[in-house]
Design a protein around this ligand. Structure first.
Ligand SMILES: NC(=O)c1ccc[n+]([C@@H]2O[C@H](COP(=O)([O-])OP(=O)(O)OC[C@H]3O[C@@H](n4cnc5c(N)ncnc54)[C@H](O)[C@@H]3O)[C@@H](O)[C@H]2O)c1
Length: 298
């Protein structure tokens, strides 16, 4: 009887010690940043600035990746804008450097990759955010406009990936994330923009099967309407109201919605996912243009 109570005391003491040890170890891991989803990763975000005041997709992705432990090279054609992103990251205790470069030029693409390797020693994640909008139809689109949009939105993805892949092979694998648009899946008169965004979806698949042998995953995000500086000039009050009617979730998204999708693709949680496009549009495409207030057909 006496032995049993002694044993019981020892066991309950051990259980208490074990519970405290568990808390202590979790705290140590937390302080070391072990909980961070991109710990020990180096990311190159191309188009990491914003085309106006506010948070564009590249800026949100850079800030979130740094928050999750990645070292981030913030690349943009606009150095001041990339530096603003770096400032935001450092303010929160993250690590980032800005580099200027035009992603449509091979020598710049190579230089941005090299700057990442020189600063951080490796490259694990490339995010191709660069993109410009054009709302013109076939008759209004000049040859120059066509070339400008195709080069900026498509050639940038090709060149950045081409120069980043050897570094990823060297690192034993990597992740490429391309930014398409919901405009890839519906026809509207933005000829060159819609064409490039649709092409990025299949470019993602082509690269995914090509690079799988190197343990490089390639995925894509297709955002719907987001409140970013790029769309600010066309976001009139009436358009905003219309969009709220046709987006099932009843709201316009933000760059953070893209960033969280990118975080999933970049993390090891997506280690069995490649060649995919994740639509982040509040249900816009699923609804096919039906107003939220419309009566049910059946
Ligand atoms: N905002 C939306 O609603 C929306 C919706 C769907 C898709 N997207 C896509 O998201 C991406 C980013 O959009 P955003 O709204 O954040 O735009 P943004 O204009 O704020 O960001 C784009 C960044 O790319 C940079 N850039 C442009 N050309 C470059 C080049 N040649 N080399 C290097 N950097 C260059 C710009 O300076 C800018 O900082 C684009 O590809 C866009 O098509 C946006």
């Amino acid at each position: 009887m006496c032995n049993n109570s002694k044993l019981f005391k020892v066991l309950s003491f051990w259980r208490k010690v074990k519970a405290k040890l568990k808390v202590f170890v979790s705290l140590i891991f937390f302080l070391l940043g072990e909980h961070m989803r991109l710990r020990n990763k180096v990311a190159l975000v191309v188009g990491a600035g914003s085309s106006g005041p506010g948070i564009g997709n590249g800026r949100a992705i850079s800030v979130l990746f740094a928050q999750e432990g990645a070292k981030v090279m913030c690349a943009d054609i606009n150095l001041l804008s990339a530096e603003e992103t770096v400032r935001m990251i450092r303010e929160k205790g993250g690590e980032a450097i800005a580099v200027q470069g035009d992603a449509t030029k091979s020598e710049d693409a190579k230089r941005m990759v090299n700057a990442t390797l020189e600063s951080f020693g490796r490259l694990n994640i490339l995010v191709n955010v660069v993109g410009i909008a054009s709302g013109l139809g076939v008759l209004e689109t000049s040859e120059e406009e066509w070339d400008r949009v195709i080069t900026t939105n498509l050639k940038s993805v090709f060149l950045m990936s081409k120069h980043a892949v050897p570094a990823m092979i060297e690192a034993g694998g990597g992740v490429i994330i391309n930014i398409s648009s919901a405009a890839a899946f519906v026809a509207h008169p933005c000829l060159s923009y819609g064409t490039t965004k649709a092409a990025i979806v299949n470019m993602t698949r082509c690269m995914a099967i090509d690079l799988a042998k190197y343990n490089i995953r390639v995925n894509c995000i297709a955002p719907g309407f987001l409140d970013t500086p790029m769309v600010a000039p066309i976001m009139t009050d009436s358009r905003r109201e219309f969009l709220k009617q046709v987006i099932p979730l009843g709201k316009i998204g933000t760059a953070w919605d893209t960033a969280y999708a990118a975080l999933y693709f970049a993390s090891d949680e997506a280690s069995y996912v490649t060649g995919e496009t994740l639509i982040v549009d509040g249900g816009l495409l699923a609804a096919g243009g039906r107003r939220r207030s419309e009566e049910k057909l059946v």
